[in-house]
Design a protein around this ligand. Structure first.
Ligand SMILES: [Zn+2]
Length: 264
């Protein structure tokens, strides 16, 4: 087999790993931001709930002050009753007294309801605070994990890039240029297996003539449909990509490497 095929295959293999790792690395900031967003959301909810509670407390204080004034008014009117001179004055005072007492009853009930509401709100706030504390702990752990993962992935990427440089030096510069161009244009996959007379990247049929060339392993043709460089999957039977696309017949005792399927 043309050694350029093996070299390109090795390069493509590294590049696949690089793509996977780079995606992993790219996902980390997103995940970190999600963690911060989740925390911020819960913090905002808690702050809103606290503000509502404070507002209700202020309202309750105003109601209590009002109640105290009304109670004063009752005392004043009660004193007035003994001092009124006319029946008309008495009726008026009595009426005011009754109306103030009704207001006191309503307001007392209102304050009672507010207090009941406080208990529920405070329970809700406590539960939210507990959830927030728990989320902070797990977010911290996740942040540490992600930062460690980032360092690990960065080291792996660095190693892969170094070994990639070693591999590219073994390749014909023109072929490498084509490979890199396709990779940039199509986003990652530039050297792909062919199996069952199809390109495994775009799934289009490969003309028989080209498939014969591929199987010979001397040349590196392009897929006529997607333009990617092709190799015959049978040359690298251990390749997970080939295995994924062309599962080996389990019943056959013949090693896959040497097996000739009728459709090939
Ligand atoms: Zn194709």
């Amino acid at each position: 087999m043309n050694p350029q095929i093996t070299a390109l295959y090795e390069l493509q293999h590294r590049d696949r790993q690089l793509i996977t790792l780079e995606r992993k690395l790219d996902a980390i900031p997103t995940r970190l931001k999600e963690l911060d967003d989740d925390l911020a959301k819960l913090e905002a909810m808690l702050a809103t709930e606290r503000k509502k509670c404070d507002d209700t407390r202020a309202f309750e204080r105003a109601q209590r002050a009002q109640l105290a004034e009304e109670e004063d008014l009752v005392r004043i009117n009660k004193a007035k009753v003994s001092q009124v001179k006319t029946a008309r004055e008495l009726t008026a005072t009595q009426r005011e007294l009754d109306s103030t007492r009704r207001m006191i009853t309503t307001r007392t009930e209102e304050i009672r309801k507010l207090q009941q509401g406080f208990e529920e709100t405070e329970q809700r706030i406590a539960a939210m605070q507990t959830a927030l504390d728990a989320l902070r702990v797990s977010a911290d752990a996740e942040r540490t994990r992600l930062n460690e993962l980032r360092s690990k992935v960065e080291v792996k990427i660095e190693k892969l890039r170094l070994s990639r440089t070693g591999l590219t030096s073994a390749l014909d510069p023109e072929l490498l240029g084509t490979y890199d161009r396709i990779r940039r244009r199509l986003g990652g996959l530039a050297f792909v297996p062919a199996a069952r007379e199809r390109c495994m990247a775009c799934k289009m049929v490969i003309p028989h003539q080209i498939y014969v060339v591929l199987r010979k392993g001397d040349e590196i043709p392009n897929c006529e449909s997607c333009g990617r460089l092709l190799y015959w999957g049978g040359h690298f039977p251990d390749d997970p990509e080939t295995a994924k696309n062309e599962p080996a017949p389990k019943a056959s005792p013949t090693p896959v490497r040497r097996a000739l399927r009728p459709d090939e």
